[in-house]
Design a protein. Sequence first.
Length: 86
Amino acid sequence: MAKNHVMKKLELENPVPSISAHSDIHPRSPRIHDLEVIFQTSMAAALTKCRNRMDVATRGDLRLSLSNLEPDIMKLAKKRQPQGSH
């Protein structure tokens, strides 16, 4: 009778404990997920046929996609000398 009691106890115990039950793992933050999606989208665009097209302005720079910065195009344009006449 004692043997049956031990066997039942072993059957009830989980032989492989869950690591996540004992760890302090938090789900990914939305910001990290957004960065991963932007990076994957940019890499997919760079590796497809559109990499040979001159549509860089529409796709944008990966660094700008991953940041909250907005480029000041007018300030950048003023730093360059305009094209002279031919």
